[in-house]
Design a protein around this ligand. Structure first.
Ligand SMILES: [Zn+2]
Length: 562
């Protein structure tokens, strides 16, 4: 508690600047509402209480919620809990007509025991072991699919005209199974796949989408820890048991969407008389050409297919400006996690305390504080807790396609995902904010909050494409996540780094991501306050926020591209 007071005192001085900023922005065209505004904002920030965030996290990550699995009872209870809080705060329902819940039509696909997955050559048939050697789903959502197709190594599986890169070279891969690397060709040149940073081309979702667009029946991604930036455990945990998909909407899908361990890829290469390291090396060249391998994938994909409905939870606080209240600033945080694995021995509940009860706690606290503020911001504030993030950003994808306010009238999305309760932060991460014309405000506010902006600590991990703000960016909404950096008060940078490493190794997407009373929610409260100030400024400024010129999402904002 004491720490909290100290932090708050430090951020006291920011209020004046926030006031000046709001004034500067409103002076141009509007009568200043400064005195009142500053009082409101100041009072609101004071009301943010880390112990409220703790309470939400404690409940949402309780064993009784069974890991908030998508399509599982615990996930539905979490959604109802969040809807109830929205109602208590007096938010207006913004889901399906008159409801806080927005139904998201989904299909659960569980690979069955009868599934087989074999590598076949003239002389060998090797049956691979599920989970240990491979994971695979049938995206076509059929109970049974038979695949018997030659494997083609397509390098990184990327076709990116803007970087003059094409791994396919026009080769017809219709009906084939494509073996490929995750990530993208390595480079430090910022003009080439953004240098060290990962672009969307490096993400596994892109690889599946592109393979399906080209008519392939299957894709096999090669897992190598350094390249994927997460261990096989993560692949395995996110790809076993039931996995959810949005109901088919006509876009092409793969019968085999799979990952294999590096050793399996090594074996495939060996069967072909080739060396996997050499193949991977060749793939780094612009001149790479697809390699047809004398190996077939013979798979019988047997799946239990379960249509169901999950829910996004949406509440809105109408803005005070009669004209601007048709526009909104949005806050998002996914509430789902990996659920429960009844067949797993020992602790089989993926509580998801950090990931992402913390983000939900922050958005709930923001909703409370906004709704209790004496004066409302000019634009409306939309609060969205979305489902099925862990299944591939599905709830937010559906929200992006079916927003309660048209996407081109949503000025900004601020997303909160996995904010470790580690004490008072001295840094903030806002990766992606620099792609928008809102960045000067972000910088000014960070300064006022005495938060150093930490550049993406691992741009090569492609975090921008790994949380829900990305789904909203894809439909054009300027979006980014807000999170602590690595430096915390009373600790050196190395300590923060070590915490992050420890989390990735020992808790991330594991049953051990659990609530503990020793957690210090000062961090989450600080991010909520900062998020409040950002959202308030965005809701007050006269113009809608836009992407910087040439950004990959600019076209979507202008309605030129889906
Ligand atoms: Zn998450």
């Amino acid at each position: 508690m004491r720490r909290y007071l100290v932090t708050f005192f430090l951020s006291f001085c920011f209020v004046l600047t926030l006031l000046n900023l709001a004034q500067a922005q409103s002076k141009k065209h509007h009568a200043p509402q400064s005195a009142k505004l500053s009082g409101t904002v100041f009072a609101s920030l004071q009301k943010v209480n880390p112990e409220n965030i703790r309470a939400h996290v404690r409940f949402l990550s309780h064993d009784l919620l069974e890991g908030r699995g998508t399509g599982q009872r615990g996930g539905d209870i979490a959604a109802e809990y969040i809807a109830t809080q929205f109602a208590l705060y007096g938010l207006k329902p913004a889901g399906d007509k008159g409801y806080y819940l927005q139904k998201v039509p989904m299909v659960g696909v569980t690979p069955g025991d009868a599934t087989t997955f074999s590598l076949v050559t003239n002389s060998h048939t090797t049956d691979l072991k599920p989970l240990d050697q491979y994971v695979a789903y049938d995206e076509t959502q059929k109970p049974q699919s038979e695949v018997d197709a030659p494997i083609v190594f397509v390098g990184y599986g990327i076709e990116a005209p803007e970087y003059q890169w094409d791994d396919y070279k026009g080769v017809d891969v219709k009906g084939k199974v494509l073996l490929m690397l995750v990530n993208e060709p390595p480079s430090d040149d910022p003009k080439f796949f953004k240098g060290k940073a990962l672009t969307y081309y490096g993400r596994w979702t892109y690889k599946y989408e592109e393979a399906a667009r080209k008519g392939a029946v299957g894709a096999i991604l090669i897992h190598k820890t350094e390249m994927a930036s997460y261990p096989w455990e993560v692949v395995r945990n996110s790809n076993s048991g039931e996995k959810s998909f949005l109901q088919l909407d006509g876009s092409p899908k793969l019968q085999v969407a799979s990952w294999v361990q590096l050793d399996v890829a090594r074996q495939i290469a060996q069967y072909s008389g080739l060396n996997i390291d050499k193949l991977m090396q060749d793939a780094r060249s612009r001149d790479f050409h697809p390699v047809a391998l004398p190996v077939r994938l013979k798979a019988r994909m047997v799946s239990k297919v379960r249509p169901f409905t999950s829910n996004n939870v949406l509440g809105i606080l109408p803005g005070r400006d009669a004209k601007l209240r048709d526009e909104a600033v949005m806050y998002t945080a996914h509430y789902d996690h990996l659920g429960i694995r009844p067949d797993m021995p020992g602790d089989n509940i993926y509580n998801g305390a950090d990931d992402n009860a913390t983000g939900c706690g922050i958005v709930l606290e923001l909703a409370r504080v906004f709704s209790e503020s004496a004066q409302k911001p000019r634009r409306s504030i939309l609060f969205a807790s979305v489902t099925a993030e862990e299944q591939g950003l599905l709830g937010s994808e559906y929200l992006g396609k079916h927003p309660p306010i048209p996407a081109d009238r949503i000025s900004l999305d601020l997303n909160f995902d996995d904010l470790p309760p580690l004490g008072a932060p001295e840094e903030v991460e806002v990766s992606g904010a620099e792609r928008t014309d809102f960045y000067p405000t972000v910088e000014a506010l960070a300064k006022d909050f005495r938060l150093a902006i930490r550049p993406d600590s691992r741009p090569e991990a492609g975090h921008y494409y790994r949380s829900d703000h990305f789904s909203l960016a894809r439909v054009g909404i300027p979006s980014f996540s807000v999170s602590e950096g690595m430096k915390f008060k009373g600790h050196d940078l190395a300590w923060g780094m070590k915490q992050a490493e420890d989390y990735t190794e020992h808790r991330y997407h594991q049953p051990s991501d659990e609530y503990s009373p020793s957690m210090d929610f000062t961090a989450d409260a600080a991010m909520a306050r900062f998020g409040f100030a950002l959202g308030w400024a965005a809701a007050e400024q006269s113009k809608l926020i836009q992407w910087e010129k040439g950004d990959e999402f600019e076209k979507a904002r202008m309605g030129n591209e889906k």
